[in-house]
Design a protein around this ligand. Structure first.
Ligand code: NAD
Length: 436
């Protein structure tokens, strides 16, 4: 099939590349000229494991190309994916201006029957808004389909190629059949393509993200309670996670959820609920708790340093909002850094992939290290903000030799309390005893 993907961010580029991988011809279009030029030059503009191999293979095979010209991109396409940003507007609702702007343009330029697929995360009713925006100028028939994306950054290629499920919201039989054909190669193991109406598909995505954010937040609250009651959250986690009804995943406590999806999607769902006069209480609590959790480590640091962080120097391991991505949108590390700088401390950070993005954001407000050990020189303490694998088993002899004090504040519970006791560290983590 000939496919156009509008927007080549984390979702669009993975979608385009993975669709080309099964033999489709894909043209990716983006308004960011620099990004498009990079891709034309063979450079993957984001960090996503395994993406580069597929990216280069499909460009070489002539199945994947890039342009800034929307009309050119959609000319031969029978399916047009919209993978555009839906950032929070001022009132917390999803900003649909990117989607509706492109929908408006598509109405003027579509030359043949097209299936227009909304892959962005959008509030209930957006498919209808897209339909109206396209129809305003369209001279040919078209259908609009809602196909929310569930990929996880860091596992995006795997998730796209072998999805747990594909959700398709479509009222047109013709569009439904086209989507079924397109996704068949990805569900050969029998995972379902679930067809439904557009509104239910749109809500499914928000419900999934809000549920996961709630699960993380619940566990963070249990962790905070463990600290007050003297229990160990790791034990509680294992105790409840072995119950099938609860499951082992998304039970790890930490310094809050971040990223480009959970914060904005929880907020947008709460806003959608408020618009129909439904008070979705649990979401308000999730947002409030997460807001506090992002800097929960700061009072712990202040307690250790007797409320005086002026002139103290901190090493931070991890900047990305989670491991295996360079995405720093709403990353808890940024909130921690902000609080440290406000208190008069200085920071040297290391992250395997996210440093260029943070550098663009913070400039020379903090220093960046060449590797994880380089970050530790002269630091009064180490703070762990992202659970990258390479931080899990560091050379502690080296760590101890470089840090000024053997002090670690671990926002991701990477080390066992026994190990920290043996190594004589002051070790403060989340929901567990402080090792002194
Ligand atoms: N990132 C994720 O893990 C993830 C997962 C599932 C769903 N989503 C949803 O998918 C959507 C896209 O997310 P993302 O993370 O890929 O965003 P992103 O910001 O990484 O990428 C969006 C891209 O769209 C481009 N763009 C903006 N306006 C454009 C226009 N008029 N024409 C062409 N291109 C344009 C931008 O230049 C950018 O490259 C959002 O709704 C998001 O909520 C994201």
């Amino acid at each position: 099939m000939n496919i156009a993907v509008v927007g080549t961010g984390y979702v669009g580029l993975v979608t385009g590349t993975c669709l080309a991988e099964t033999g489709n011809h894909v043209v990716c279009v983006d308004i960011n000229e620099e990004k498009v030029q990079k891709m034309k030059d063979g450079v993957v503009p984001i960090y996503e494991p395994h993406l580069d191999v597929l990216f280069h293979r499909n460009i070489k095979a002539g199945r994947l190309s890039f342009t800034t010209n929307l009309a050119q991109a959609i000319e031969k396409a029978s399916i047009i994916f919209l993978a555009l940003p839906t950032p929070p507007g001022e009132d917390g609702s999803a900003d649909l201006s990117y989607i509706l702007g492109v929908a408006n343009d598509l109405g003027k330029i579509i030359n043949d029957y097209k299936v227009i697929v909304d892959k962005s995360t959008v509030p209930v009713g957006t498919a209808e808004k897209v339909r109206v925006a396209v129809a305003k100028n369209a001279k040919v028939a078209f259908d609009v389909v809602s196909n929310p994306e569930f990929l996880r950054e860091g596992f995006a290629v795997d998730d796209f190629l072998k999805p747990d499920r594909v959700v398709i919201g479509a009222s047109s039989e013709k569009a439904r059949k086209t989507m079924e054909e397109l996704y068949k190669p990805y569900v050969r193991q029998g995972n379902p393509i679930i067809f439904m109406d557009e509104k239910s598909a749109e809500l499914t995505k928000y419900a999934a993200n809000a549920f996961l954010a709630t699960k993380i937040t619940f566990m963070n609250e249990i962790a905070n309670l463990c600290e007050k009651l003297g229990a160990d959250v790791d034990m509680v986690r294992m105790g409840i996670g072995s119950d099938d009804r609860i499951g082992k995943r998304f039970l790890f406590p930490g310094i809050g959820y971040g990223g480009s999806c959970f914060p904005k999607d929880v907020q947008a769902l709460a806003k959608s609920a408020a618009e129909v006069s439904y008070d979705f209480n649990i979401l308000t609590s999730v947002m409030n708790v997460n807001e506090k959790q992002k800097t929960i480590i700061i009072p712990k640091i202040k307690t250790y340093f007797k409320d005086n962080l002026k002139g103290k120097h901190f090493a931070i391991w991890g900047l990305a909002f989670k491991p295996d991505t360079d995405d720093i949108r709403e990353a808890p590390a940024l909130y921690v850094i902000d609080e440290l700088l406000k208190a008069g401390a200085t920071v040297t950070a290391y992250d395997p992939e996210a440093m260029p993005n943070v550098k663009r954001l913070l400039g020379d407000k903090i220093k960046f290290a060449a590797d994880q050990y380089d970050a530790l020189q002269n630091a009064d303490a180490l703070i762990i903000a992202t659970e990258w694998s390479l931080f899990r088993t560091p050379d502690f002899d080296k760590v101890s030799g470089l840090l000024k004090n053997k002090v670690i504040f671990d926002g991701r519970n990477l080390y066992s309390l026994e190990q920290m006791k043996k190594l004589s560290y002051y070790y403060c983590s989340i929901g567990r005893e402080v090792v002194k």
